[in-house]
Write a protein that binds this ligand. Sequence first.
Ligand SMILES: Cc1cc2nc3c(=O)[nH]c(=O)nc-3n(C[C@H](O)[C@H](O)[C@H](O)COP(=O)(O)OP(=O)(O)OC[C@H]3O[C@@H](n4cnc5c(N)ncnc54)[C@H](O)[C@@H]3O)c2cc1C
Length: 350
Amino acid sequence: MGGDLPFSQRPVIILGAGIIGCATARQLLLNGFRVILVAEYLPGDQNIFYASAWAGAAWHAAGGISPENQYFQAVTHRHLLMMAQEEPESGICIVDSREYLEQAPTPNSSLWGKTVVSKFRDLSPDEYPPNFSCGWAYDSLVTDPTRHMPYLGKKITSLGGHFIRKRVESLQELYTMFPESSIFINASGLGSKTLVDVQDDKCFPERGQNVFYRTESCQRMYFRNGKEYTYVIPRPLSKGVVLGGSKQRDNVSPEVDMDIARDEIARAHRLAPDIVPETPKDDDLGYIIGIRPSREGGFRLESEQLGDRLLLSAYGFGGGGYAFSYGVADALTKIVEKAERDNVIAQAGP
Ligand SMILES: Cc1cc2nc3c(=O)[nH]c(=O)nc-3n(C[C@H](O)[C@H](O)[C@H](O)COP(=O)(O)OP(=O)(O)OC[C@H]3O[C@@H](n4cnc5c(N)ncnc54)[C@H](O)[C@@H]3O)c2cc1C
């Protein structure tokens, strides 16, 4: 393996071209590595099992996560903000956000996000509905996946990356396809449940169904933080808002469930009556269905040395793949850089 090709010229092979595989490819290419992505679904595709096409996608500080995972979110925020400011074609926008809490924040709540976002402030009681105990306002970031994935696809190609559309049944199939490569990244999302040499039983499909409501009032995000999982995520570039959310474990139905849709509209109306009317016109409504690649215990981010090969695993991001994406890409890139460094030092010898 590797043959005579110097380490730095061997392409890094990424299985999966969702937000995790593509964000990683972009970062590796920017840092000067060669990259090939192999995937069944590519940027621009719209299959329900391609989760990255359907996300909200809001950057929202997650509560109850480890400091390391908070850092991944913080790095993601830094990258998204740069793209929002410098590359409008990325489909990322800065929006005013309102987060209402049913109970005072606990030490491991999403309050850590105030170290990352701009213009954070506590809302005064007359600024949030009376059934909440407190609220925050801040600038957050929303990513429109219908624009961001095609943008990333073009960016990767322009930086010299290559996409190969192919479904594989195992990682071994990839090793055989690329005998000259020594670094492989498994960013296959739910694929890791069925790849014969991965078969991660902790992975499971988790259906999400959202409502898209066409409106000019699409500049402010609302988040209900508590027993109800409700959000209104604006898409300023697509002139609408995404109303959610819903989670259905092990359900992979592509059919719109109108009970869920009606419930989401009602919850969104209660949360943001200034944006969402009680009964929106049918013509203004659309429906979004995607299968999240979830995993019991959270996502897997690990590296394993398998003989001369380095296998990096990055899958199982459930409902947070966009919020973690560029931070995870940064972490994976650092592992690849360390492998290169170790290789140079080992080859140079004493
Ligand atoms: C309705 C909804 C709303 C969401 N909202 C948000 C949000 O607001 N914020 C947020 O952060 N996240 C959100 N998410 C979650 C987010 O979409 C996912 O976490 C993220 O897209 C996962 O990205 P991924 O790259 O891991 O997987 P995917 O996008 O599913 O990509 C997997 C890739 O692997 C390839 N693959 C898999 N198996 C194989 C195989 N055997 N051979 C070849 N290729 C293979 C696929 O073809 C695909 O290219 C939402 C998801 C849904 C459904």
